[in-house]
Design a protein around this ligand. Structure first.
Ligand code: 9MJ
Length: 677
């Protein structure tokens, strides 16, 4: 068929561009500035006209059009996204002393007398990373464990405070913007009003509502939630695009149309931080959104780089948290819960009390030692504390209010669930049920863990269903989950054929996993998601992990003797091996892992410093590639530096390198070193 060129009249081209510009402006006025210029009806009219024109001239439809925020199809599951630059969390400080200690550490490390900090309110929402390529939003991901998050692009696009396209011109070609998605107080009140009208359950607090909204498979659900966004940092970003300070970067973000919190202040030294904290403490209730503290960040980027980070948090920032909220209530009972690893946790059942933004009916008493120390008894009036998303805890009993005839609480000598003997392991304070998987509580908790999001991620399989499976003896171990059939499932309470089929599909889908997830799902003691990842990356296969002795395991960075012991003990149990074999026979599988430790490390311990702008790689990419080959990449030139990689506009490091006689190489030479290896 001959192709005929379609000529689009100039008028709709211009009208579409004009409408998009107007809608973007009104989005900004409404969602970023909270100062709308037009009514909702007028806004809807503009949007309707734009959609109609785009339908008529589909060739003019672009992904950055404001009409494209809604309407994507629901997803089946979230994809994983690896963060090229890890998404860090923050160290907490709970007192002025802790802030002073932080400032002292910073000054000592940097060797300076006074440090400037950017002080930002700490939004209580969900962290997100937005990737812009040539100014267009191409990907949005949650933090996850900091290395890998979930792809939530479809949902982020519905958040009108997030620009689909950056404004201005001089933004870098690839830019990753980090920030927080949250719900304002007003938005939250409206959301719950709507939930009440619909006869639906209300949300407990804005944080839960924001987090739940972003993790929706169906973007039309997210689009209905009043989500806001503030930017507060960067991931991938070429060094040439970075100004000298964090505060200046936030100004650049603003000039590119990214929302930045207007309350940010630059302060000096610990005194400045403390005064700033007092201001926020006073103004907290008047702010239009909830905050749970203030974040202090070393303002200069070269200082940040010099400080580096530990584990999962930067050394150059601290979150000063507001005091947790407390309330008084009564203990109606003390129960003992048995966890996945048999640990016994005493839990106080309370008369419901509203504290820290939620109704609390249970509070942990942690362990046997804590109950003894606090001497909390049934019938006592107690002070409970709840901070953010932390599990509420009993702080103390109010002795003046203790009724007569109360008895001291004693931990049981036998498991309250299976009756097995309770044991203590030398060196541990925790009491444990010795029943292992014979204990229904441990069995159930380990299956819940297996199905959970960071483990096998079996969508729709939660505690209620797992309890039914166990009660009806449909399963005994996690491996039996994969033998379940639609017929068996559709006989269960409140389970139609469709939901049964959905669960079978979710089980099938979960079989394709990763080695790290599978390891984590096994529930080996002390092997959390981060350790599972380390094991997978360093040993590469399940066989290698199962066969590794304690010494080999301890050779992996961050794996100590206790974890190593738990791992070897786990793989020595025949019933564990049997379950693993059954799971693999059922089709649980993962792609091969590229082993890190065994990879040749031709640049092992060779120290590089990179300066100036590179043409083909970002600095993070160059650093990552060098480190993969065993090299060390540091920020300052010293006698230990072997090579200085100099890009364009290299700055003062060049002179320092010349002074110390450090070999200088250009990007081409760097690339050839990376390629040859
Ligand atoms: C929040 N939640 O408002 C950071 N945050 O910086 C601010 N979180 C952060 N900064 C580095 N303002 C890691 C997390």
């Amino acid at each position: 068929m001959p192709l005929t060129a379609v000529t689009i009249p100039e008028q709709p081209v211009r009208r579409i561009a004009g409408l998009r510009e107007q809608i973007d402006l009104h989005n900004k006025r409404y969602y970023q500035l909270d100062d709308p210029l037009i009514s909702d009806a007028e806004y809807d009219e503009l949007m309707r006209e734009l959609i109609a024109l785009e339908q008529r001239y589909p060739a003019l439809l672009t992904p950055d059009s404001p009409s494209q925020r809604v309407g994507a199809e629901p997803l089946q599951a979230f994809e994983q996204v690896t963060h090229a630059v890890p998404m860090l969390s923050l160290e907490n400080a709970f007192s002025d002393e802790e802030v002073r200690a932080f400032d002292k550490r910073v000054r000592e490390r940097l060797g300076v007398d006074e440090v400037e900090y950017a002080a930002e309110p700490k939004m209580d929402g969900l962290a997100i990373s937005l990737l812009y390529e040539r100014g267009i939003l191409v990907q949005a991901a949650t933090r996850g464990d900091g290395r890998t998050g979930e792809n939530v692009t479809h949902n982020a696009r519905t958040i009108r405070a997030i620009p689909l396209k950056l404004a201005g011109r001089n933004y870098p070609e690839r830019l990753e913007v980090r920030g927080e998605v949250f719900i304002s107080k007003k938005g939250f009140a409206g959301l719950n009003r709507w939930a009440r009208q619909q006869g639906e359950k209300e949300f407990v607090n804005p944080r839960n509502a924001a987090a739940g909204s972003l993790r929706q498979l169906d973007p039309s659900m997210t689009a209905r939630r009043p989500l806001s966004f503030y930017s507060y940092g960067h991931g991938i970003c070429p060094e040439s695009a970075l100004p000298e300070t964090h505060n200046e970067l936030l100004s650049r973000f603003e000039s590119w149309g990214l929302p930045v919190c207007s309350e940010i202040e630059v302060v000096k030294s610990a005194d400045g931080c403390i005064a700033n904290y007092q201001r926020f403490l006073r103004q907290r209730l008047a702010l239009p959104y909830e905050i749970d503290g203030v974040v202090y960040k070393v303002n200069r980027f070269d200082f940040q780089e010099k400080m580096g980070f530990v584990a999962r948090a930067p050394r150059w920032a601290v979150a000063r948290k507001f005091p947790a909220e407390i309330a008084m209530t009564e203990v109606v009972a003390i129960d003992v819960q048995v966890g996945r690893t048999g640990a016994l946790t005493p839990v106080a059942r309370l008369k419901p009390v509203f504290v820290g933004g939620a109704t609390v009916t249970n509070a942990t008493l942690h362990n046997a030692d804590e109950v003894r120390r606090k001497d909390v008894r049934v019938g006592d009036t107690v002070i409970v504390q709840r901070a953010g998303d932390v599990i509420p805890e009993v702080l103390r009993a109010v002795l003046e209010k203790r009724p007569a005839n109360t008895a001291e609480f004693a931990m049981p000598t036998h498991c309250p669930v299976c009756g097995s003997e309770v044991i203590t392991i030398p060196g541990e304070t925790t009491l444990r049920c010795s029943g292992g998987l014979y204990c229904p509580a441990q069995q159930k908790a380990s299956i819940i863990h297996f199905a959970s999001r960071k483990a096998m991620d079996i969508d729709g399989l939660g505690e209620k269903l797992i309890s039914q499976f166990l009660d009806k003896k449909l399963i005994n171990t996690v491996a039996d989950l994969y033998d379940l059939t639609v017929e068996q499932l559709s006989k269960l309470e409140r389970m139609g054929e469709k939901s049964a089929q959905n669960l079978i599909d979710a089980l099938e889908h979960s079989k394709q996993t990763t080695l790290a997830r599978f390891l984590y799902a096994l529930g080996i003691r002390e092997v959390g998601a981060v350790t599972a990842n380390l094991l997978a990356r360093h040993l590469g296969s399940l066989e290698a992990i199962a066969q590794a002795d304690e010494e080999r395991l301890q050779a992996i960075p961050d794996i100590g003797p206790t974890v190593a012991k738990h791992i070897t003990v786990f793989f020595r149990q025949p019933h564990n091996i049997e379950v693993i074999q059954k799971l693999r026979a059922a089709g649980v599988r993962w792609d091969d892992v590229v082993v890190e430790a065994e990879r040749v490390q031709p640049l092992k311990d060779v120290t590089f410093v990179i300066t100036g702008t590179l043409e083909t790689l970002t600095r993070e990419e160059a650093k990552a590639q060098l480190e993969a080959l065993g090299a060390k990449v540091t920020s300052a030139v010293s006698r230990k530096t072997r090579y200085l990689v100099a890009g364009s506009n290299p700055g003062s490091k060049l002179a320092k390198a010349a002074e110390l006689g450090v070999e200088m190489i250009d990007e081409e030479k760097l690339l050839s070193m990376l390629a040859v290896q």
